[in-house]
Design a protein around this ligand. Structure first.
Ligand code: SAM
Length: 280
């Protein structure tokens, strides 16, 4: 079934991206749409109120969050069926992505109502592109479960995935999550991207063990984790050593890690690596 978003007279549900920290990351189109719709549904009306008043948007604002979405969805659907144009926003980034909205999207689609995306910032993909880890293929995981046993189970399910994985995590849980990752996934390369787009944006790159030594415990954070690599799967061990060093691993650690991954003798690998560098 084909539903067009450009039919100006019809009801439509807009999914509008908002900034993830820096108010300037708001698109012209997002402002235009939020000014023009009949109503905006927001995860937290107080948080969104600040953004909307900054951009002089005075559209009616109502809450739609995790805890009232079952009740509110029927109301939203009725409004769409009556011909209203609505927008949904979350506290930050894209609605639907680790935020409410999915239920509304499916309801709208099932009822033949147009859904349109107004793109912009999203923490996960923004962290991925700056991480220096393989950008493709990737898996967006979002939040792991808050309970240790469930989290371990979830990590076991993704252990052999060769994709780079994007996780969201809260600062008060980051230490335990990283320790669980170390136990289940092994000492992988990770990037902890913090406070993206804000004044103190920061990337910590290294192995899980290295990051745990000086772990930042504040701020909003995204965790990018390299995918599973089978022993012997590395085509060029010297390039892999260079890649690890460029990501912040100490040279002797990089050689140790690649020796382990390729099942080779560490000092032999070191000698060959030096020879390779000399010939370059
Ligand atoms: N819908 C949002 C998106 O598109 O990215 C994600 C919302 S989720 C409830 C909030 C999580 O996103 C935070 O706990 C953190 O993991 C991540 N996040 C949001 N803003 C961030 C930022 N500025 N820097 C790093 N991580 C951020």
């Amino acid at each position: 079934m084909k539903i067009r978003s450009f039919d100006v007279d019809k009801a439509i549900l807009y999914l509008v991206a908002t900034p993830i920290g820096n108010l300037k990351d708001m698109t012209f189109r997002a402002i235009e749409i939020l000014q023009s719709v009949d109503k905006i549904y927001a995860e937290d009306t107080r948080t969104s109120g600040v953004l909307l008043s900054h951009y002089d948007i005075h559209t009616k604002l109502e809450s739609y969050h995790e805890y009232n979405q079952d009740l509110k969805s029927d109301q939203v659907l009725k409004e769409l069926q009556s011909g209203m144009k609505l927008a949904i926003i979350s506290d930050a980034g894209l609605p639907v992505i680790s935020d409410p909205g999915y239920k509304l999207v499916t309801l709208a689609i099932e009822n033949g109502i147009a859904v349109s995306t107004i793109p912009g910032a999203s923490a996960g993909i923004s962290a991925l592109i700056a991480s220096g880890l393989a950008p493709m293929p990737y898996t967006f995981y979002g939040f792991l479960d808050a309970k240790h046993t469930k989290r371990i189970k979830e990590l076991e399910e993704v252990k052999y995935l060769s994709h780079t994985i994007i996780f969201y995590e809260a600062p008060h849980r980051i230490a335990e999550t990283l320790k669980d990752m170390l136990d289940v996934l092994g000492n992988r390369h990770i990037v902890l991207a913090r406070e993206l787009t804000k004044t103190f944006e920061e990337y910590s790159r290294g192995t899980i063990e290295e990051i745990l030594v000086d772990l930042p415990l504040k701020g909003e954070m995204v965790l990018i984790v390299e995918g599973y690599k089978e022993a012997g799967q590395i085509d060029n061990p010297f390039q892999k050593i260079d890649e690890l060093i460029s990501l912040g691993t100490k040279p002797n650690e990089a050689i140790k890690e690649v020796a382990k991954l390729t099942n080779s003798n560490r000092s032999e690998l070191y000698k060959k690596y030096l020879q390779y560098k000399n010939e370059q």
